[in-house]
Design a binder for this molecule. Structure first.
Ligand code: BDP
Length: 685
């Protein structure tokens, strides 16, 4: 099905005019002798299949040729390649960069696809095909690409029973009934999708590691884990596993998991040895410890550096890393206690530990201080630790952003995060640079995100949610790409070369995050969702709960006072300039107002509106804009295939119902609380 093929469609008919000058090069491919890590074969295969899917003709692969052709190989593997690469260029390409370049040498006129490594080469192939399909190639092609981030990962919250925590697209593609689906063709197809957008790491099990998953690092499951690792390896993707900090106990071997206990240390060293026996290039362990009732070093009076370092020691001999999550907070909070602030927790726990972590530990930090809300400030922990490696965590799966029932294109949100200037080392200390290890010289750094796929035929439930996975990969390869460009590229590749249709789809995507924000919780306050499910409105659902997620609405006003002067002091976790910006009611950006301040409903925003009128207006606008989206989508009938057209129609109708429910519940709630009527008299009591 077309949904299954996602952005790697077979039978793609590109704009022939745009492809004209390139066409002559596509009949012959000159291959080079390679050491044969498996990735080269993948690259050749992808190139052959990709070209056939575009031209309808299978190119011929040869070891030499003349005339016009394509050639691909790593630098040093053939004189044709080496003569087209300038001195010093190989170094600049690093381990994953590539060149696509036309070379004219009289008798030989060819387009070379080259990388310093086979991995770079694989990325060159996918990029070449993408350019070919989107009309981005001329016969003067000369492209050099190097990824901005070293670690470009996805995390799966998949459980071995086949369920997916926060999954909105069916069951896991990796497990069913406690068995690994290590021979599934789907795993390979997923590897292709990921590699085509440059992803190079994957953690295949949930960070909440329960009974069965704890055994993934034992001989019971390692043979299957190894088979899955083989599939990903051929696409340049390293495998990681989430581990249970209490595994030595839960597997029945020891009575403690104390990281300073010699037996525990030895236990993990042996486990690491076992894992590397099966998966020689294993990436490392991902750990959620002392968080949401998961075990961790706190049980033994140890801190997170003790815990992470113990695992890091075990992985060190093999070059493995520990991805240690900073999502640590008190999830048994007393809501009456106004001094505890969940937003502060990550910084308070980890900042004092700077300098204590081994250099193969990487702290994994969610983009915001709470939990993937539609709007949050950037986590103040990002960049705050000079001597500790960091990786930023995004959430592709739309837990709080519409659950792949509602459209919500998240690339613009992530771009705002990446562009945020922390000022940690003066102006220009953006998250974008920090995550690249360019502000503090991190040994390991990059970006990771929770995947949004499952075994639904179209991978993501909502067809348009594929754009988030695609866009995530493209963005973290090159964060300078605009959200619009990524959206258009995705739409062309996914729905075919109809430019007008692609523009409409891109417009719909670009409008979607602001629309979703309008009809859900206002001005950065977050939550207000149905407890546990996190879809649909329940304004007070979490208000008197233990989770630390409150809005404090009463008859006078709303918002969380996180200022230093009168509130929780969270605002002081930022560098001075940002801290002052948020602290001060006059300068705090409207969209984050209620995250930082508790204000009366009559408080005037920079837009000139009162908070209460803003709430009313945005909720009406949100619903109206969903209606506009529906009519724009309906305009695509006949321009895109009927199956996907109809499927999205269905989702949009459901989104409209959701938006209306939010609008009515939110507006009536705040009318009743504030007793201030809507200026336009639309809100019922
Ligand atoms: C929250 C999810 C929960 C995850 C947790 C995490 O609701 O299911 O386990 O994050 O990131 O967003 O560990």
């Amino acid at each position: 099905s077309k949904g299954y093929q996602a952005w790697l469609q077979n039978g793609f008919e590109p704009d022939h005019a745009a492809m004209g000058p390139i066409h002559d090069f596509l009949q012959q491919i000159i291959t080079t002798a390679q050491a044969g890590s498996g990735i080269y074969q993948t690259a050749v295969q992808e190139l052959v299949d990709g070209i056939r899917s575009i031209t309808g003709q299978k190119p011929v692969c040869m070891e030499s040729g003349s005339g016009r052709y394509l050639t691909l190989g790593t630098i040093g593997s053939s004189s044709f390649i080496d003569q087209s690469i300038e001195a010093g260029e190989a170094e600049r390409l690093g381990d994953e960069g590539f060149v696509i370049r036309k070379v004219d040498r009289g008798e030989h006129v060819y387009i070379v696809l080259a990388g310093k490594t086979e991995k770079g080469l694989l990325y060159a192939v996918f990029h070449f095909l993408r350019l070919l399909k989107t009309g981005g190639l001329t016969d003067q092609v000369d492209v050099t690409e190097v990824p901005k981030y070293r670690l470009r990962m996805v995390n799966h919250w998949d459980n071995m029973d086949g369920s997916v925590e926060r999954g909105y697209a069916g069951q896991s593609i990796f497990y069913r009934n406690d068995v690994l689906l290590s021979r599934s063709a789907r795993v390979r197809d997923y590897a292709r999708l990921l590699a085509s957008v440059g992803i190079n790491g994957i953690a295949i099990n949930n960070v909440n590691v329960h009974r069965h998953e704890t055994r993934l690092i034992t001989e019971v499951y390692l043979p299957d884990v190894a088979r899955i690792a083989d599939i990903f390896r051929n696409y340049g993707i390293r495998l990681y596993l989430s581990v249970n900090f209490a595994a030595p106990i839960e597997l029945g071997d020891l009575r403690t998991a104390d990281p300073l206990d010699a037996d525990v240390q030895k236990w993990w060293k042996e486990k690491a040895a076992d894992v590397y026996c099966y998966v020689p290039d294993f990436g490392g362990f991902l750990v959620k410890a002392d968080s949401e009732n998961r075990p961790g070093p706190f049980t033994y009076g140890r801190d997170h550096a003790d815990g992470a370092n113990m695992l890091a020691e075990a992985l060190k001999p093999y070059g493995g890393i520990v991805l240690w999550r900073c999502f640590v907070y008190n999830c048994h909070q007393d809501w009456r206690d106004r001094t505890t602030d969940r937003a502060r927790a990550a910084y308070d726990h980890f900042k004092p530990l700077d300098g204590r972590f081994l250099d193969n530990v990487v702290l994994q930090i969610k983009n915001g201080p709470m939990d993937f809300q539609v709007r949050e400030p950037v986590s103040p922990l990002i960049g705050a630790m000079e001597k500790t490696n960091q990786i930023v965590e995004f959430q592709i799966t739309q837990e709080y952003t519409g659950q792949q029932k509602d459209v919500c294109y998240l690339i613009p949100q992530w771009k705002e995060v990446l562009d945020f200037d922390t000022r940690i080392k003066g102006e220009g200390s953006t998250v974008k640079e920090i995550a690249a290890g360019l502000v503090h010289p991190y040994v390991h750094s990059g970006i990771t995100a929770v995947s949004n796929i499952g075994d639904d035929l179209n991978w993501t439930g909502h067809h348009l949610a594929q754009a988030n996975l695609y866009g995530y990969g493209r963005l973290i390869w090159n964060p300078e790409l605009s959200s619009e460009l990524i959206a258009k590229e995705w739409a062309l590749l996914t729905f075919g070369p109809n430019k007008a249709a692609a523009d409409t789809i891109a417009d719909i995507l670009m409008a979607s995050w602001p629309i979703y924000e309008k009809y859900t919780s206002p001005l950065g306050v977050g939550w207000m969702v149905r407890p546990h499910y996190h879809y649909g409105p329940d304004i007070d659902g979490y208000e008197y709960s233990k989770w630390g997620t409150y809005h404090f609405a009463d008859c006078h006003g709303i918002g969380v006072d996180r200022t230093q002067s009168t509130g929780t002091g969270y605002s002081a976790q930022y560098e001075k300039a940002n801290s002052e910006l948020y602290e001060n009611l006059e300068t705090c950006p409207d969209e984050l107002l209620l995250f930082f301040h508790h204000v009366p409903y009559t408080h005037r925003l920079k837009s000139g509106k009162t908070v209460i009128q803003h709430i009313y207006d945005t909720h009406f606008e949100g619903v109206e804009q969903v209606e506009q989206v529906i009519s724009r989508w309906r305009g695509l009938e006949g321009d895109i295939d009927a199956e996907r057209y109809r499927h999205v129609c269905g989702r949009l109708e459901a989104q409209l119902e959701n938006a209306k429910e939010w609008r009515d519940v939110i507006n009536t709630y705040f009318y009743r609380k504030s007793a201030i009527p809507d200026e336009k008299n639309r809100v019922i009591y």
